[in-house]
Structures are given as structure tokens and as C-alpha cells.
Design a protein around this ligand. Structure first.
Ligand SMILES: C[S@@+](CC[C@H](N)C(=O)[O-])C[C@H]1O[C@@H](n2cnc3c(N)ncnc32)[C@H](O)[C@@H]1O
Length: 271
């Protein structure tokens, strides 16, 4: 799995601002739920290029610290480049089920779009709980249902319908694996957290055009980027045509181009 994410780290680094803009409001909700404030120690789990942790760094200030962690080394190299001017931020390569940090060493742990890729989400939550001080908070953001996220779901549909099988295949962790709020809540409870709550936040995607949407999304959707790279040009072109057709039906006029609906779940709990 980490090799797959390493292979798309360059695209994530180039497009990190776009991802962070789409998630700005939802990330603020996440930080509020984690009660991140001045002087706090915050862990960002499955941090990728670090957008959630960078937002946390602005809240913890000079007396706090933020550790960005991810099991894909190229993602952590990208995160280190993005945060070289932020002295409170450091990076570490580790899996979310084997966090390289002492027990009870953080006030809050964030996981933005990483928990759904764990084979055993409750085990990942339990490991994050281990590094929280008593009373510390864990907050995970996951994608809401495929239907609520046409900006991503339609691209996956176009691939699946090209081959007549769902993409990603059922049973494989993917972006929508924790889109059921009951499953997400259960993962936090089974990981040992109390006071678990799940809220929904709208995260529409704005792009200059449908073509710009198609150019961006397949580069970032890890398993999809790898799958597309291995296909013949004609197959890729057929998927593109299909996706642009679906996108035309789903897009609405945006501030400066088009907008597609998006939505996330934000689950929080306390150690
Ligand atoms: C969809 S990206 C999200 C990146 C970032 N959190 C953000 O919101 O911009 C998913 C990230 O999860 C990481 N990841 C997937 N499985 C992981 C695991 N088991 N342990 C740690 N990181 C993992 C990937 O390397 C990738 O950086």
C-alpha cells in the first residue's frame, strides 16, 4: 500500500493547495472537534503532504508542536518540503497501526482521509489512542457516500463501467470504505474512545472546467492512478470520455468554472 501512495506523492505535492482549499472548512471543524489550541502537541496520522497538520500548526503556535506521520516515505518528504518554514512541525514515517511515538505524548490526533485505508480501522484508532494523554481527542475525516461525492465517485464509476466490475473491488479498503456513519462510529468506539460523535460537512470541489476536474482527480486517487497508468491509451481515452459525460450531468456552475458536490464525515472521540 505505501508503494502505491509513494507513486502518487508527486501529484499530491503539486496539488496540495487544491486539496487543502476543498477541505478548509471541514478541517476547521476537525480542529474544533479535536479542541486544538495554543501550546498543544498534535499528531497528524496518514498526513500525506500535511494539510491537516499545517492547519493545526497555525493554532498551536510557537509553544506547541505538530508531528506529521505517514507510512509512505515520499509523502513525508513532500510534507517536510511544505513545512520547512514551520519550526513547530516535524515528520516521521510510520504506519497508523504502529505509531512511532511514546504513550500519552499528544493532546490530539488527527487523521484526514487515512482511516478508511486501514485493514483494521479499530486497531488504527486504538494505536492513536495509545499516544493520546488521558482526555486527549482523536478526530478522523472520511468521505461520505459515493453518491454524495460525485467529484470522485463518477471517476471511479467510469473505470468500473469500462470493465464491467466495480472499482475499487468490493472488500478492498478504498475512499468510501468508511462512508457509513455507523461503521465509522463503531471503529472509534471499538478503538477504545468515549463520547464518540459523527457530523457531516459539505466539501464541494471547484475547478475551472470539466477537463480540469478530469486532469486532477485520477492523479490523486491512489489506486486509480496506478490502474490508469497501466492501461492502453485507447482504454484511458474511453474512460475519460465516459467520465466527462457523467461529469457534465453532475456539475453545476461554480464561482469560477464548475462545482461538483462533495461531503465528508468527521468522527471524534475522547481517550
Ligand atoms: C487520501 S491521502 C490523504 C492525505 C492527507 N491526510 C490529506 O488529507 O491531504 C491518504 C494518505 O494515507 C496514507 N496511508 C494509507 N495507509 C496508511 C497506513 N496504514 N499508515 C499510514 N499512512 C497511511 C497514504 O500514504 C496517504 O498519504
Amino acid at each position: 500500500m505505501s508503494e502505491m501512495w509513494d507513486s502518487v506523492a508527486g501529484a499530491w505535492e503539486r496539488n496540495a493547495e487544491l486539496v487543502d482549499v476543498q477541505l478548509t472548512a471541514a478541517t476547521a471543524v476537525m480542529l474544533d472537534a479535536a479542541q486544538v489550541g495554543p501550546g498543544d502537541a498534535v499528531l497528524d496520522v496518514a498526513a500525506g503532504p500535511g494539510g491537516a497538520g499545517i492547519a493545526a500548526a497555525a493554532r498551536v503556535g510557537g509553544d506547541g508542536r505538530v508531528v506529521l506521520s505517514d507510512d509512505a516515505p515520499a509523502m513525508m518528504e513532500a510534507a517536510a518540503r511544505r513545512t520547512e518554514d514551520l519550526p513547530a512541525v516535524t515528520t516521521v514515517v510510520c504506519d497508523q497501526t504502529r505509531i512511532d511515538a511514546p504513550d500519552e505524548s499528544f493532546d490530539a490526533a488527527l487523521c484526514r482521509h487515512g482511516l478508511m485505508f486501514a485493514d483494521a480501522p479499530a486497531a488504527a484508532v486504538r494505536e492513536a489512542r495509545r499516544v493520546l494523554r488521558p482526555g486527549g481527542r482523536y478526530v478522523a475525516m472520511t468521505w461520505d457516500t459515493r453518491e454524495a461525492n460525485p467529484w470522485l465517485g463518477l471517476v471511479l464509476d467510469a473505470v468500473g463501467e469500462q470493465f464491467g466490475v466495480p472499482f475499487p473491488p468490493p472488500g478492498i479498503p478504498g475512499p468510501f470504505s468508511l462512508s457509513d456513519p455507523v461503521l465509522l462510529e463503531d471503529a472509534l468506539r471499538a478503538g477504545g474512545l468515549d463520547d464518540v460523535e459523527v457530523v457531516t460537512v459539505a466539501t464541494p470541489m471547484q475547478r475551472a472546467s470539466l477537463e480540469a476536474w478530469w486532469e486532477l482527480v485520477p492523479q490523486l486517487a491512489g489506486p486509480l492512478a496506478v490502474a490508469l497508468a497501466g492501461m492502453d491509451d485507447e482504454v484511458r481515452a474511453a474512460i475519460r470520455t465516459r467520465a466527462l459525460g457523467y461529469g457534465a450531468a453532475a456539475a453545476r456552475p461554480g464561482d469560477d468554472g464548475i462545482e461538483m458536490a462533495g461531503s465528508v464525515l468527521i468522527a471524534s472521540g475522547r481517550r
